[in-house]
Design a protein around this ligand. Structure first.
Ligand SMILES: [Zn+2]
Ligand SMILES: [Zn+2]
Length: 343
């Protein structure tokens, strides 16, 4: 169950009643200028530790990105605390009731250079000067406009299994790369086109929209709350759904089905499939799409080489792994010349 932030008193009451003694898991982010992230971090830690909050929170000069869980009975206290911080008042919260309490075991609040690893070195633009936020209804209208350029700000392995109809889906491995590609493609249309962006939960577009405004784009829009929130609004309000396929997510599910369309293919046999997996060889761990029959045939591996390795004794595998940087996780997601059907 997913809930929206601007919870009315009634909605909040229902939510808490339903949760009982359970915990609520929630996530939120906000770009804001934080002068002293260390001080802010300590402030959060002291207050949240006392409220029995668990989770992983990043704080930086540019803002906060939080995934956490709160005992349901302390949610009101938690919400009041957020509302007491000027840039977190009424921040959009994605909330779910968590029956499996293993999602977070500790409270970790870390100071980072950035709240999202975006590869940008540009401290000259204001990340809080963002594009116009649109909800699902407005988004649906907007993307029918012939002057709109709709851009998927996610990476290739995400848009491969699902995206909005007619969206540009850059074939990129990183956010940084897509920023450059889009800017180059649209350099002559900074004023006459409307740039509309979306991503999984909104955080990347927030940064991208500020970046493009800084680069001279005049009409910049972003889908508020990303695909996650869009799907929720489409369902709750009975709107037309213009997204096809699955929304790639970064937890164990790897994808949330939005429509029954399967728009991608097994990277090993080419059959329609949109299930991501990681290669069973620890040293490889390649993220790729694998159908059920290939999973059996290939023992959940990406290649014959990896099958050989997983059959070695664990000690031998460990020895082979030594000194090999695990770069697949970062740079080679979903790319390998061994995958015949990865376009
Ligand atoms: Zn297959
Ligand atoms: Zn492999």
């Amino acid at each position: 169950m997913q809930l929206y932030n601007k919870l009315s008193a009634k909605e909040r009451e229902n939510l808490l009643e339903q949760a009982g003694e359970e915990r609520l898991t929630l996530s939120f982010y906000q770009y804001a200028k934080i002068g002293n992230p260390h001080l802010f971090r300590n402030h959060l830690f002291i207050a949240w530790d006392q409220m029995e909050v668990l989770g992983r929170i990043y704080v930086a000069h540019e803002g906060i990105n939080a995934q956490l869980s709160v005992p349901a009975k302390r949610f009101n206290e938690f919400k009041e605390f957020l509302d007491g911080i000027n840039f977190l008042k009424d921040v959009r919260l994605n909330i779910a009731i968590e029956h499996d309490l293993k999602s977070f075991l500790k409270l970790k609040v870390k100071v980072r250079h950035k709240i999202v690893a975006d590869g940008l070195n540009d401290d000259t633009f204001d990340v809080t000067n963002k594009g116009i936020h649109v909800d699902a209804l407005k988004f649906n209208e907007l993307i029918e406009d012939p002057d709109v350029v709709l851009v998927d700000m996610r990476n290739h392995y995400e848009s491969e299994i699902g995206h909005f109809k007619n969206a540009i889906t850059p074939d990129v491995d990183t956010f940084r790369d897509s920023l450059d590609i889009i800017e180059k493609d649209l350099k002559d249309h900074k004023e006459d086109k409307k740039l509309v962006m979306y991503c999984t939960g909104g955080i990347r577009c927030e940064k991208a929209s500020a970046y493009y405004k800084h680069k001279g784009f005049k009409n910049v829009f972003q889908l508020e709350g990303g695909i996650i929130e869009y799907a929720r609004q489409v369902e709750n309000l009975g709107l037309e759904n213009k997204f096809i396929g699955k929304n790639f997510v970064f937890d164990h599910r790897r994808g949330e089905r939005i429509t029954e369309d399967v728009i991608s293919h097994c990277h090993q046999c080419g059959e329609p499939c949109d299930t991501h997996t990681n290669c069973a060889n620890q040293a490889c761990h390649l993220l790729f799409i694998q159908c059920e029959s290939c999973e059996v045939k290939m023992e959940n591996c990406c290649s014959d080489e990896c099958i050989e390795i997983i059959h070695l004794p664990e000690e031998e595998q460990k020895r082979l792994r030594q000194g090999i940087p695990n770069s697949n996780k970062i740079f080679k997601k979903g790319r390998s010349e061994k995958l015949k059907f990865k376009n």
